[in-house]
Design a protein around this ligand. Sequence first.
Ligand code: ADP
Ligand code: ASP
Ligand code: MG
Length: 404
Amino acid sequence: MKKLTLKFGGTSVGTIEQIRKVANIVKKRHDDGNQIIVIVSAMAGATNKLMSNSKSISKNFDSKELDVLISSGEQVSSSLLSGALIDLGIKARSWQGWQIPILTDDNYNSSKILNIKTDEILKFISDRGVAVISGFQGISEKSRITTLGRGGSDLSAVAIAKFFETDACEIYTDVEGILTTDPNIDKNAKKIDKISYEEMLEMASLGAKVMQPSAVQASMIDNIPIHVRSTFLEKSGTKIISESEIDHKKVVTGIAYSKNNAKVSIIGVIDKPGVAADVFEPIGKNNVNIDMVIQNTSLDGKTANITFTIKQGDLNKTLSIIEKNKNKINYNKITHNDKLAKVSIIGAGMIASPGVTYKMFRSLANENINILAISTSEIKISVLIQEELTQKAVKILHKTFELN
Ligand code: ADP
Ligand code: ASP
Ligand code: MG
């Protein structure tokens, strides 16, 4: 007998028919003699709808009320799934985050889980009950409802696996597992059998929506293996495990992309110590995340240009921060471009293989794709390109690195 955490994403509980399908999967695992804790997301599209309702009320909808609102989709799906299980003759019950409780900090809209009380649910599952927990939500010490960031049911699942010490953490979704790239962009995307926490964290952070980055980070810290698999195909999926258990046959494991990037160039700043800090300090203090940075010096060595990338949604705010600090920063002019994408190749195999960088750049050049900025780490190379070239770039890199 094993204790299992099974998480079903919004795309797996999007319709009543799908909820019945999920109930049958849970029943089968339960009939095999396992103790089961299920985490559910809201029905596909529900959270987006709630978000847009809040925006119709106000552009600056109160963050605490937003969490009350957007956590409600999971209450619906958890009760529907529990009801479906009861209908199949299984003892089942839903729990909302506050009922357990799942205690979080009070960083509304992207809270961290601090603790989960386990005794009541442990008793319930040891009495052959199936516990169905609403993902994405918790409660702060001040007894206010919190949420864990978009896609946060993945993080709920990892935390449940940790606090309940379950034998497995399975993430059921609408694709076969982690694929070499987004199947919506390249239909040649192939399932990856095993991927390391580090590679998965890069893939997720660089745009692969299939796992929430914070969930991957949490699983890496606590060494909790994850099995990402399909709700709709009875097949083994992808194991996210530690690097030491993987034999890298390929240099590149996967390709990720993110759209909606913007680039800002500050032209003609004085080239002296402290200037980059003067530029980035007010931007950082206003909670804008800076991604790539390039600085180049003019021929006379007296002035420099500082270029950086941010999310498109932060562009206007960033431009006005720079404008406000014009006296301190002292520049000639600013240029910007807000229709850019970042395309990245990821793979721990790169560490031992020289020539990956040139191969990436050459294959993009052959397709006439201009690179506007570059950033690298040991296991990834990212390039900034025009947004409309995203699909072309992903496809050619997928082919170049033999992932087709
Ligand atoms: P869930 O509803 O189960 O949480 P998500 O929509 O959050 O599912 O994530 C699954 C989706 O992620 C897939 O349907 C696919 O469109 C997208 N995706 C993007 N990149 C990848 C990738 N590399 N591998 C698998 N899926 C990916
Ligand atoms: N329902 C939440 C969202 O859409 C959480 C999740 O799906 O994981 O972001
Ligand atoms: Mg998801």
